[in-house]
Design a protein around this ligand. Structure first.
Ligand SMILES: Nc1ncnc2c1ncn2[C@@H]1O[C@H](COP(=O)(O)OP(=O)(O)OP(=O)(O)O)[C@@H](O)[C@H]1O
Length: 342
């Protein structure tokens, strides 16, 4: 069990500063997810925590002990990467046991730990197979199993699902969530650029932007109260609709943001009018894309099958209390708690 403290962590590669003063506390047993666009420094921050890169300045502590200069093997961490990096000529069992054998653990202890990890990851039937005889998802589970047997205090994941196809991603994501529940003393830090993974796995999400923390909070806090256009646009699928110009000035804002589920097709009234340009049926819901005179079409969620086809003119209303307001710098001005007209 480890609690992490990051204080004004900075990292430069030559003259190029990549991490620009990151401070946060990660609680013991917490599942923390780092998200952000490509190049914002997620992997670098994870590698600094792992000890695979040297911290330029700032302090990193595990349970109150500064670990800046501890080598990775002394930090009690285990890391799972995007590429599973299994030894191709070793069986699943051997791949999982190898690190422990190197560390001089006894044969019985190795077997017991591998069997327990295999059980947790539903790999027991595959222990004698070679990696090439496994699916991508099974290989990634072996890589996770190899990390589990080390009994780490902190588990680090760097985009572990990005090589898997859509169905396997979902299955392995569920597996990781289950794993965290069953290893409730293990702190987990997980890097992804996939906001669905972040929302479904995290106790808290840290949104990084250009080497700095933009916002940290529970998935719901970030979804309901994003502190900037950046976070609002990053968290949630489909992306939040942003309207500016007269749409926003009617609400004393530079930009307003509305989620698809907070817009309603309202034939009886409606605040704005638009033309349907496209609609997507997802089975339980539909997304209707409307041209209301903004740069990008506005997406409105309708439950069930959409009753509105391309070319049709409809009127829409925002849900009361769900209009996110932002200033010219993209900072949140809070939500509007009453329905207005533009
Ligand atoms: N060893 C290195 N030497 C020089 N620059 C580096 C090095 N490692 C990373 N960088 C740079 O640091 C920046 C952040 O990289 P990092 O891999 O941490 O981003 P990321 O948010 O994980 O991106 P992605 O989602 O694309 O993996 C990038 O501009 C990258 O080019």
């Amino acid at each position: 069990m480890a609690e992490l403290q990051l204080r004004d962590i900075r990292k430069s590669f030559g003259a190029f500063e990549v991490i620009k003063g990151v401070s946060m506390d990660i609680r013991a047993g917490e599942f923390m997810v780092f998200v952000g666009p490509s190049g914002c420094g997620k992997s670098t921050l994870l590698r600094l925590i792992a000890g695979l890169e040297e911290i330029t300045s700032g302090t990193l502590s595990f349970d109150g002990q500064v670990v800046n200069h501890l080598v990775p093997s002394k930090r009690g961490i285990a890391m799972v990467f995007q590429s599973y990096a299994l030894y191709p000529h070793m069986t699943v069992f051997e791949n999982m046991a190898f690190g422990m054998q190197l560390a001089g653990k006894g044969k019985d202890q190795c077997r017991k730990r591998v069997e327990t990890a295999a059980e947790m990851l539903q790999l027991t039937p595959y222990l004698e197979r070679l990696p090439r005889q496994l699916s991508g998802g099974q290989r990634q589970r072996v890589a996770i199993g190899r990390a589990i047997v080390r009994d780490p205090k902190v588990f680090l994941f760097d985009e572990p699902l990005s090589n898997l196809d859509a169905a396997l991603r979902v299955a392995t994501r569920i597996e990781i969530a289950r794993l965290h529940r069953s290893m409730h003393k293990t702190t987990m830090i997980y890097v992804t650029h996939d906001q669905v993974e972040a929302m479904t796995l995290a106790d808290r999400i840290c949104v990084l932007r250009d080497g700095r923390v933009e916002q940290i909070g529970t998935p719901l806090e970030l979804y309901e109260n994003p502190n900037s256009v950046f976070v609002a646009g990053f968290i949630g699928s489909p992306k939040m609709n942003f309207l500016s110009g007269p749409f926003a000035s009617a609400y004393d804002a530079h930009t307003i943001g509305l989620r698809a589920e907070h817009l309603e097709i309202d034939p009886a009234g409606g605040v704005w009018s638009g033309t349907v340009v496209h609609s997507e049926m997802l089975g339980s819901d539909s997304y209707v894309y409307l041209d209301i005179g903004t740069e990008e079409p506005v997406i409105v969620r309708e439950s069930g099958t959409s009753r509105h086809g391309p070319g049709e003119t409809v009127r829409i209303s925002p849900a009361a209390g769900q209009i996110h307001r932002f200033d010219a710098a993209g900072r949140s001005l809070g939500r509007m708690h009453m329905r207005g007209a533009a």
